[in-house]
Design a protein around this ligand. Sequence first.
Ligand SMILES: [Zn+2]
Length: 289
Amino acid sequence: MDKPGRNDPCYCGSGKKYKQCHMPADLAAEREQRAWLDASRELRLMLVEYADDEPLAELLGEAATRYWDNYYSADTLPLMSQSESERFLDWFIFDYTLPSGSRPVEDFRSTNRSNLNTTQSRLLDQWIEAGPMSAYELTGYDRQILHLKEILSSEELDVFEPAGHGNAPIGSWILGRVIPVDDRLEFFALPAYIPPEEIGDLPARLDNAQSTFEGTTADFMRRHNVLLVHHALEQAKKAGRPPVSRLDPHHTPEGVPHRARHDRVRIKGPATLPGENVPPMTQTRRKAI
Ligand SMILES: [Zn+2]
């Protein structure tokens, strides 16, 4: 919606000038939305720093080996591309089980609650309650809104993604973590996708793993969602694509391996308001993982 000028008639048809009618309420709503987006961006950074610092950092090697099916390990962690780092840390923060039985994000809440403002605190509670990283069938899209169906529960949801659907065709499985931010859903990190022709036996593999699992669908996915990643890696290898950027002969590392710890890992920048900076739909995105 195009906003009227201060002295133009208000869009509501009251006949009053915009500044004397809906403008104050609109500005307040914008400030509120901006506060959520700022809180969301800051919280993402805090979580990533928390995971990438002592004492959790020493668990990252083992976790990466599992997540990446041995394509990365403690020694090669710094060789992850930025999007690989984002996806891996997303999983580590929210789905990895620490020796204590809790998840890093839960420990973060216990130790950092007092450092959070009200908005950050509310977001964190919602993110902890949100489902695990999962696969969602892309059933349609409208610019930056993706229409998705969770592959195990068939739950349908609309998710805002600044990059739109990228190169992912309809029917692809989008891999990512869906989190609420204010009144919409977003991905925590840039999602990956598996194109329709590469989904193959993945549903059967999930079925098979689920048949011996006791617990809810969400619990199952939290424990076994690395299967989605492993499948994507296998498909890439089968198709002759480098499964991870480290093995891509054309890959130029985004920086050098020995740069400062926190430069290594960065989550995507500020989320955009709807309609802001709409990227072209042809924007490239790494295939699969
Ligand atoms: Zn009005």
